[in-house]
Design a protein around this ligand. Sequence first.
Ligand code: DAH
Length: 356
Amino acid sequence: MTVQEITEQLGELRERALRDVAEADDPAALREVEVAYLGKKGQLKSILDAIGGLPAEDRPRVGAAGNEIKTAVLEAMERRRRRLEGIALEVRLAAEREDVTLPGRPLHRGSLHPLIETNREIARVLGQFGFVTYETPEVETDELNFQALNIPEDHPARDLWDTLYVTPPEAAPRDPAGGPTYLLRTHTSPGQIHVMRTVQPPIRALLPGRCFRYEAVDASHAFEFFQMEGLMVDEGTTLADLRGVLDEFGHALFGADRPTRFRPGYYPFTEPSVAFDVRCIVCEGEGCATCKRTGWFTLLGGGMVHPVVLRNGGLDPERYQGFAFGMGTDRIAMVRHGISDIRLFLENDLRFLEQL
Ligand code: DAH
């Protein structure tokens, strides 16, 4: 081939290559163009191979022309690549536009378990009277759960509590080896002794916690349930103080207009003992299953701390008086939330919990 022919072919190749670059409409097509023109077996190479047949003085000029074409095509390809990327981005942006009308993904928010919520509400109300919450043990000794509370071993009141023993049954209720008999507390009242032995009066204590009794389980009895104990000890504390605090408490929890009443009760660890009722929340006094047709809902039992109990707590009953009360928080949570079965509290069924 002559210089003339090679130059013509190069010119023609340049034009075709640039046109193909301009027409490539995706990165793959662009790569094909590159291989076809500039690759090892590409068209430019095969034209330049002919340079060898030219007179020596013509070779550099033709070679330079070949290089110029290569550079021009590479630059055009780079511009085209950027342009294609820009187009691809625009297409994506158009297709993926945010639809602000789509409903959001629901955020799963937890909520307080009804027992926790009720405990906190009780602690909040009584906290306004200066009551402070303490934690006391779930595993107790027979001594603190019963004897220190003025419930001796052969006292008929023990029949009130069907006890679950931790100490092996053959050793219960008295370990013959003389060690303490351990049991799962049947009420939060032994916490009173812990508090009296560790906190100096004036005492205003709330003792929430899990209690255990060997019960036949049904909609209103569980062998694991919750109580909240209250204890106030000071010089000159009277039954009127108990009445005043409980009235405020009942009104805060169930409405300011709700009638309340004190009735005589019996507990070995209080003297006198009372039951505190509020007008039934479910039937408003008409009589229903919740209030056993009495029209009154018993919120708690309480009374003036028995002098023997004060003494067992290390306090001088001549100097200090106190009142105590204890309530079943499951029952209170049930009437607050309109729940009819106590077992629901411990089953952790989300279909139940999520409604609250
Ligand atoms: N411990 C009692 C029970 O489990 C409840 C109770 C009654 C607690 C009277 C008290 C009280 O502190 O004074 O049934």
